[in-house]
Design a protein around this ligand. Sequence first.
Ligand SMILES: [Zn+2]
Length: 402
Amino acid sequence: MLLNSTFDSKTKPLSFLKFQTDTIFTGTEALSSNHVLITDTNGKIVDIVDEQSAGEDIQQFKGIVSPGFINCHCHLELSHLKNKIPEHTGMVDFILNVLQKRTAPEEEIQQAIQDAEAEMITNGIVAVGDICNTTDTLAQKHKNNLYYHNFIEVSGFVPSKAKERFDEGMKVFESFNQIFPNQTSLVPHAPYSVSENLFNLIQNKSSNQILSIHNQESEAENELFLTKSGDFLRLYKELGIDLSHFVPTQKSSLSSCITYLSKAAKTILAHDVFTSKTDLELIKTYSLKSKTQFYLCLCVLANRYISDSYPDQFIFQNNLDNIVIGTDSLASNHSLNILSEIKNINQKYPQASEFELLQCATYNGAVALNIEHQFGSFTKGKQPGVIWIEDFKTCNKPKKLV
Ligand SMILES: [Zn+2]
């Protein structure tokens, strides 16, 4: 709540929007129904006052009014793969399918990107952490319909190809960085797809940046690092990648690569399906040691699509402030809808309340993407988007109020 209110209903012009509802969720707390949220006509937060001080023309709602959602993990450029990849194949066949099917006519790719962005806007999303392997999304992002942080993703498990793959990634990075200078980072794809040489090159570019990495999405990822066994051997064979250089670290995949993330200001670990309690302890120790803040990004509907496996219940233990939410792409999800993600997480992890999950999807996401000065909470002067969830249990689409 904004204290020491300067809002005076008698002297200010009537160009304000005033919202009263069962619960105003501010991004971090749920306020009762005697509060009124006041914005200007562009949605900039003016104040939250009690109803007696709010004056006239108050719009009444049932349910929850919340700041707009932050989607911390998406691949907008894969939107044309909607309904093209079979479900429940497991990680290796999912990857093989994406690689095989991702090429498409330029018009089809661009139309799908445009439609997917429009879907996110309709679903109350205001900012996106978006993985990019190509410049396919650049033209749409240039329209500035949504805020994007662009994670330019590099991969390559063959050490001798590291420089070549890094240079390719840097070309894409430069294209985005010219237009979005503070909203672009070069990031590693996953522990199993980035060689030590390539990790080193990326790390040199990551000082004080926001990183994102796919983390422990499958059990096979840990098996590879622990014993050089499991389904990923099939992936490398199918892709014709020689693994003779690779010596298993006998540690989990996360503990094998975490030192390469130490220069970043923040790192978003996407998926975390097979992240153990020991891994979480490592993250906490490492956060203190290296001052890198880690965020665990849950993408449960993508987990259901790919493998029907989910992070363990302990992911929420003493960890709420570090959890954010993502949709992943339309290659592994039927929609880009953070409210659907929240509701599914709420069913699977009943210990996390709807308001705690709304915090993950608003305030926490904004902090993870370094945009809390504008997004994620109803704080005076911010323009976070105002969305209305009429009934948390039955509503699938929030309505954008301003
Ligand atoms: Zn992803």
